[in-house]
Design a protein around this ligand. Structure first.
Ligand SMILES: Cc1cc2nc3c(=O)[nH]c(=O)nc-3n(C[C@H](O)[C@H](O)[C@H](O)COP(=O)(O)O)c2cc1C
Length: 204
C-alpha cells in the first residue's frame, strides 16, 4: 500500500475532468493539455470522473485518525494513489449553476482525508500534501460571457487546491462555449491549452 509519508510525489500529472458530458468542452481541453504534457515528455493520467463511481464524503471523520478514507469504499480508492504519486494535478470543470459540476464537488470533498485537524475550535488544520512542491492547474468553462455568470466555478477548485498545499500555477476561465465540443473549432484556444500543458509539465 502507498504511504504518502514515505512516497514523495513523482514528476507525473494527474488530469481530472469533471463534465458529465462525453466528448464535451472539458474533455477537449483536457486532451489538449495532455498533448502538451506528452510533448514535454512527462507522464500523465487522465480521469474522467463520470466513468467512476464516487460517492459523497459521509463526514464519518474516520480519516482524522486513520489518515485514509475508511468510510467509503468506492472508485476514489483507485484515484487516491494517483493523487499521492503525482506532483502535478489538473482540474477541469464546466460551470453548473455558478459552481463546479456535482462530480467535481464530490471529488473535492473526498480529498478531506488529506487534511490533518487539531482539536482547537475553530479547528486548525494542515495538509498531508503540503510542502512537497505540488503544483496544479484549474480550468473552468461556461456558456455565459462574463465572470459573474460562471460564479464560483474557478475558485471552487482553486481555493481547495491551495488549502491542500498545491501552488496553483495557472487558473483559466473560458467563456461563451455552450455546445458539446465547440471548443475544438477554436484552434487557437486548443493550441493555447496545449502550450499550457507543455509549460506546466516543464514547471514540475
Ligand atoms: C446543469 C447545467 C448548468 C449550467 N450552468 C451554467 C452556469 O451557471 N454558467 C455558465 O456560464 N454556463 C452554465 N452551463 C453551460 C455549461 O457550462 C457549458 O455548456 C459548458 O461548455 C459545458 O462544458 P462540457 O461540454 O465540458 O460539459 C450549464 C450547463 C448545464 C448542463
Amino acid at each position: 500500500m502507498l504511504n504518502y509519508r514515505q512516497d514523495k510525489p513523482k514528476k507525473k500529472i494527474l488530469c481530472i475532468g469533471a463534465s458529465p458530458r462525453k466528448g464535451g468542452n472539458s474533455d477537449a481541453i483536457l486532451d489538449s493539455i495532455q498533448k502538451g504534457i506528452a510533448r514535454a515528455n512527462i507522464e500523465s493520467n487522465s480521469i474522467l470522473l463520470r466513468n467512476f463511481s464516487i460517492s459523497s464524503c459521509i463526514g464519518c471523520e474516520r480519516c482524522r485518525k486513520e489518515k485514509e478514507c475508511g468510510g467509503v469504499d468506492d472508485d476514489m480508492q483507485k484515484i487516491y494513489p494517483l493523487i499521492i504519486q503525482s506532483s502535478g494535478l489538473v482540474l477541469i470543470s464546466p460551470a453548473h449553476n455558478y459552481n463546479v459540476s456535482a462530480l467535481m464537488k464530490i471529488f473535492i470533498d473526498r480529498l478531506y482525508r488529506f487534511y490533518n485537524f487539531n482539536n482547537d475550535h475553530p479547528r486548525g488544520w494542515s495538509s498531508q500534501l503540503m510542502d512537497q512542491n505540488r503544483k496544479a492547474v484549474a480550468v473552468a468553462i461556461g456558456e455565459q460571457l462574463n465572470k459573474e455568470d460562471l460564479g464560483f466555478t474557478l475558485n471552487g477548485m482553486v481555493w481547495p487546491l491551495q488549502a491542500l498545499g498545491y501552488e496553483v500555477a495557472a487558473k483559466e476561465q473560458i467563456y461563451g462555449k455552450f455546445q458539446r465540443g465547440i471548443v475544438k473549432k477554436d484552434l487557437s484556444l486548443m493550441k493555447y491549452f496545449e502550450e499550457l500543458g507543455f509549460k506546466f509539465a516543464k514547471l514540475l
